[in-house]
Ligand binder design. Structure first.
Ligand SMILES: Cc1ncc(COP(=O)(O)O)c(C=O)c1O
Length: 408
């Protein structure tokens, strides 16, 4: 990789602030003057090769029913070997219209109404919807948090106790973890999978953030481990879901791949996805995904350079100008997890360490929109989540507003 690629200095434009108001954007459907740094999409145009592939598709003018062919699954498999150095056979893969639709469908197939579904918290809040809306119970296993090192770890004793419950049939893991940015090691994943195997619990791994491991300032460091690449006896009880949607800012493409190594479990999942009608692509899903996976590597390298720079901007700003707020150093995602337990405002009677109230106050006083940590459960009520996948000028603007809200 060249020095420019490491730094993200490239032909790609990560500086111009896009005009997204009035474009049906969920993120930017906010009042004039407000600055949204919440929902997980990026204020960057996707890779030019993806746009070209979509244009070519639209120009055909024929948009009949489609079904993914070998070129789609090969593109996914080759991406995993090129980017992550692992082999994932195409026979293990099933197309789905998104990660959350696949998760909800798998909840319905791999567990029963009334069962317990284990999650390590704080975690992506939509997991709770997939569990609760289908009549299952959330069995929370809080991650242990070391507030001096600002590091999360798994309490395996509590996890084992939850997995061994008579009504526990499924665990949903976020690998890497949103919102903490934690990248689970192969050792941790093997430990989780072996406990799941011992207690007959299916392990569902959401790997949507897997391509966004940022590494150190030069991009070096351990990669994430796809759970399907654990030793075969452990991988057999797992299902994982991957997608180019976070990696390439393609959330509205509605495309994901479900990976199931063991054939009986795969047949069960396949039937569920088809019964739930979440297995057929829209007109852009296949060409968009194939182009991203086949040609998107240089763009992703440049993006990661920009994200590393943005993280450094936040780190420096907090240390020098807002030391009440502590950055939890995650290793992945563009979602920064801010420990606000020491913020003066948190001890005000009307806030009382409730980050949803804190986030509302920040929004009303400065227009900055952050995600409140409480919705992710666990110890999230002391945290805010900040999306820094935007031009550096917006990151700086967001930080200035945060300081304005906190330092009065
Ligand atoms: C962990 C995680 N899973 C899934 C999603 C959404 O996936 P999809 O849009 O494919 O349903 C998100 C979006 O933020 C996420 O963070």
């Amino acid at each position: 990789m060249s020095a420019d690629e490491v730094l993200g200095r490239s032909t790609y434009d990560f500086e111009t602030v896009p005009q997204r108001r009035g474009t049906d954007s969920v993120k930017w459907d906010v009042a004039a003057g407000e600055l949204p740094m919440w929902i997980a999409d990026m204020d960057f145009a996707t890779a030019p090769e993806v746009i070209d592939a979509m244009k070519r598709k639209v120009e055909t003018g024929i948009f009949g029913y489609e079904w993914p062919q070998e070129d789609y699954f090969s593109a996914v498999s080759e991406w995993y070997s090129k980017i992550h150095g692992v082999h994932i056979p195409t026979e293990w893969m099933i197309f789905s219209t998104g990660v959350v639709p696949a998760i909800s469908s798998i909840v319905r197939r791999a567990s029963n109404v009334g069962d317990d579904v284990v999650v390590l918290t704080p975690v992506y809040n939509i997991f709770y919807n997939s569990i609760l809306n289908n009549g299952r119970h959330v069995r929370e296993v809080p991650l242990a948090y070391d507030s001096s090192l600002r590091r999360y770890s798994i309490d395996f004793t509590t996890l084992e106790s939850a997995l061994s419950g008579a009504t526990t049939t499924l665990m949903i893991l976020c690998n890497p973890q949103n919102p903490t940015g934690k990248v689970w090691t192969r050792g941790e994943l093997s430990h989780i999978a072996s406990l799941c195997s011992r207690y007959g619990v299916t392990l569902l791994s959401d790997e949507i953030h897997g391509d966004l491991v940022l590494g150190d300032e030069t991009g070096e460091g351990p990669d994430y481990t796809p759970i399907s690449t654990l030793e075969p006896a452990l991988a057999a009880g797992t299902i994982s879901v991957v997608s180019p949607s976070k990696t390439f800012n393609l959330a509205a493409l509605h495309a994901a791949t479900v990976i199931v190594p063991e054939e009986h479990l795969r047949a069960l999942v396949n039937r569920g996805l088809n019964t739930d009608e979440v297995a057929e692509p829209n007109l852009l899903a296949l060409p968009g995904s194939i182009a991203a996976y086949t040609h998107g590597e240089p763009w992703l390298a440049a993006l990661k350079g920009q994200l590393r720079r943005n993280v450094a901007v936040v780190r420096d700003f907090l240390e020098s100008q807002l030391p009440q707020v502590h950055l939890v150093e995650g290793e992945s995602t563009y979602l920064l997890w801010l420990d606000c337990a020491d913020v003066d405002l948190m001890s005000r009677a009307d806030i009382a360490h409730d980050s949803s109230k804190l986030a509302s106050l920040i929004r009303t006083s400065t227009g900055l929109i952050l995600s409140d940590g409480a919705q992710y459960r666990g110890n999230g009520k002391d945290f805010l989540r900040m999306n820094i996948a935007c031009p550096e000028s917006l990151v700086r603007e967001g930080l200035a507003r945060l300081k304005k809200a906190f330092v009065q």
